[in-house]
Design a protein around this ligand. Structure first.
Ligand code: NAP
Ligand code: GDD
Length: 329
């Protein structure tokens, strides 16, 4: 039986990845950071909670000793490092904390793996945010595009990306970076733009709200579905050598396009409800992201399957059901 450890198991990606690995008959260990309210913390794991092959342990990326403890218990063949302070706007409010978790936290984990289980295969959740405003002449970002980060979050992810490559080369460890473009789902935190728009449009449709405040509507993103992207994570670690891969759909939409699509789906005119608010702009903006995932396609055979349109419908339907249930109660 294969054994995997997931940091960030209760996050969007961690929960889908845990489901995928359990389906593949893995024993799955997950690290939970302590929260004062335990109930809310594992709601994304509801579908697999109690599975005898799922083991949850307290730990924190900033607490080296806790990582050593869990690695000694789990003895994982594969480690997926998904834990992070992952919100770009919030990284401007908490830059030092973000650097400690999203940057140095990765180094804590790598050092613990090097000491406890150096033959484990390691996946690092790197991000398209690392490219910043660096774009190739054809309008795409790919593995060779220079990294030019424009947020504390992206700077921390660049550190993690580089320290992973350094440990791979210096210690001959199997460490791969997935450079993933934005991916979403109904499990996305509702302060990320796709789920914020889906949730608020559903509330407006049901008469529970009458406005939606957003930041930069001109930014464009390459949005895919989290289920497709956790499949890529697994494929990256099954490859015969450690390497770095971009995962993206190759199609980008503006925030305005996203709003138009969602409001059209719920049959409302966005001009009546959507406003911009300075609070949601960032001190430095990353304007455009569009990824070229040809390397992952050619070497791993990975391709995204779920379209932006189907994903947004799934997210809006989730919130419509949620609030209909809520209103009934
Ligand atoms: P997410 O939903 O924000 O999940 C982050 C996870 O990290 C949560 O489980 C969180 O636990 C945990 N965590 C935070 N601080 C921690 C700490 N100090 N120690 C241990 N765990 C900690 O993020 P996601 O969307 O699933 O993304 C997964 C990873 O991929 C992240 O590293 C993110 O930066 C990266 N990434 C995401 C995307 C995307 O579009 N989703 C794209 C590229 C890269 P609590 O919830 O209990 O705080
Ligand atoms: N969150 C948010 N809220 N974003 C808004 C809003 C708003 O009210 N209004 C406009 N936006 C714009 C942001 O300025 C950004 O250009 C775009 O919508 C997407 O924002 P987010 O959904 O917050 O995602 P992100 O692109 O900043 O970061 C996500 O993707 C990265 C990969 O590119 C996160 O998941 C990161 O963790 C991930 O690395």
């Amino acid at each position: 039986m294969k054994t995997a450890l997931i940091t960030g198991i209760n996050g969007q990606d961690g929960s889908y990845l845990a489901e995928l690995l359990l389906e593949k008959n893995y024993k799955v260990w997950g690290i939970l950071k302590r929260n004062s309210v335990a109930e809310n913390q594992t709601y994304r794991l509801d579908g697999i909670y109690g599975n005898p092959n799922l083991h949850l342990e307290y730990g924190d990326l900033t607490d080296f000793a806790s990582l050593v403890r869990v690695l000694q218990l789990a003895k994982p063949m594969e480690v997926y490092n998904l834990a992070a302070q992952s919100h770009v706007r919030i990284s401007f409010d908490q830059p030092i904390y973000t650097a400690q978790v999203t940057g140095v936290g990765t180094l804590n984990l790598l050092e613990a793996i090097r000491l406890v289980c150096p033959t484990s295969r390691v996946y690092q959740a790197s991000s398209s945010e690392m490219f910043g405003n660096s774009i190739d002449a054809d309008g795409f970002q790919r593995e060779t595009t220079p990294l030019n980060p424009v947020s504390p979050y992206a700077c921390a992810k660049v550190f993690s990306y580089n320290i992973c490559r350094n440990y791979r080369n210096a210690y001959n460890m199997f460490i791969s970076n997935g450079i993933l473009f934005n991916h979403e789902s109904p499990r996305r935190g509702s302060n990320f733009v796709t789920n914020k728009v889906a949730k608020e449009a559903a509330k407006i449709k049901l008469g529970l709200s009458d406005k939606l405040s957003l930041g930069n509507m001109d930014a464009t993103r390459d949005w895919g579905h989290a289920k497709d992207y956790v499949r890529a994570m697994w494929m990256i670690l099954q490859h015969n050598s450690a390497d770095d891969f971009v995962c993206a759909t190759g199609i980008s939409h503006s925030v305005q396009d996203l709003v138009n699509y969602v409001f059209d789906y719920v049959e409302l005119d966005p001009r009546q409800y959507v406003r911009t608010d300075k609070r949601y702009f960032r001190p430095e903006e990353l304007r455009d992201l569009k990824g070229d995932a040809n390397k992952a396609k050619e070497i791993l055979g990975w391709e995204p399957e779920i379209t932006f349109q189907d994903m947004m419908k799934e997210m809006v339907d989730y919130w419509l059901d949620y609030y209909k249930g809520h209103v009934k109660k």
